[in-house]
Design a protein around this ligand. Structure first.
Ligand code: PEP
Length: 258
């Protein structure tokens, strides 16, 4: 089995201006340096709002930080008359390594379908960035026990059209909607059930190299105090973290789960 470097990604959502962003990234770097974080044991990614990216880039490049960064969304278009949109070439130019696509808040408030999420994921890859493709069921689906087929259908739609080689480099984030920002964390067994099913489906569709390479994250109220149990599961390769990523000590603790 391929060894996958765990990935801890902090999605700041619509929080922190560009000056606050610099302070948080500096604090996080200090915290991790202080505790002698081993970046080969967990890659650390921050995902700030678009308006912070230039400042984060300057800080990361200037101080040669090992923290990498990404964007929270991307346009399906490269350029043109799309007011308010931000394109993949713009994000690549800003040094983004990752782009979150299909976050449940985008799916819910902006009616993003799997087809749109898929187009965004392709744009990211086309421009040399890794999409973090978010999937996950809402409370009603969870109550009906249909979380696995529901989420697998989202995965298939959202990563359609990639070659096995490309799939191996993708990141899929399983985020049960009922656990996002609610304090309601899925059990490690809940996370493993769906993350394992995602990897198994990728194995069926794209083969061993893709399944062993793709990183499958869990997201939903992850904290320093509950991350270790989740990370013990064989098919969980990291976490997509919302609220807790706004605090350097807390997110630092998550990154140092090992
Ligand atoms: C998220 O927004 O992706 C998320 C998982 O949020 P939280 O950690 O706050 O539940």
């Amino acid at each position: 089995m391929a060894s996958r470097t765990p990935l801890m990604a902090g999605n700041w959502k619509m929080n922190l201006n560009h000056q606050e962003a610099v302070v948080l990234v500096q604090k996080l770097a200090w915290t991790l340096d202080d505790k002698k974080h081993d970046y080969t044991k967990a890659e650390v990614v921050v995902v700030p709002p678009f308006t912070d990216l230039r400042s984060v880039q300057t800080l990361v490049d200037g101080d040669r930080l090992k923290i990498t960064y990404g964007a929270q969304d991307v346009s399906v278009h490269d350029a043109g008359a799309y007011t308010g949109e931000v394109s993949a070439p713009m994000l690549a130019k800003l040094g983004c390594s990752y782009v979150v696509v299909g976050h449940s808040e985008r799916r819910e408030y902006h009616a993003e379908t799997d087809a749109v999420v898929n187009a965004k994921a392709h744009k990211a890859v086309e421009h040399g960035m890794v999409p973090i493709v978010c999937v996950g069921e809402g409370l009603e689906v969870r109550k009906s026990g249909e979380q696995v087929p529901y989420t697998l259908a989202q995965v298939e739609g959202s990563i359609a059209g990639f070659t096995a080689e490309q799939v191996a480099d993708l990141v899929v984030a399983y985020e049960p909607v009922w656990a996002i920002g609610t304090g309601e964390v899925a059990t490690p067994e809940d996370a493993q059930e769906v993350c394992g099913a995602i990897r198994a489906r990728i194995r069926e569709l794209h083969g061993d190299a893709a399944a062993d390479g793709v990183r499958v994250l869990y997201g939903g109220s992850v904290k320093a105090s509950n991350v270790a149990g989740i990370m013990e599961k064989p098919d969980v390769d990291g976490a997509l973290v919302g609220g807790a990523s706004l605090h350097a000590d807390e997110f630092g603790g998550i990154c140092r789960f090992y």
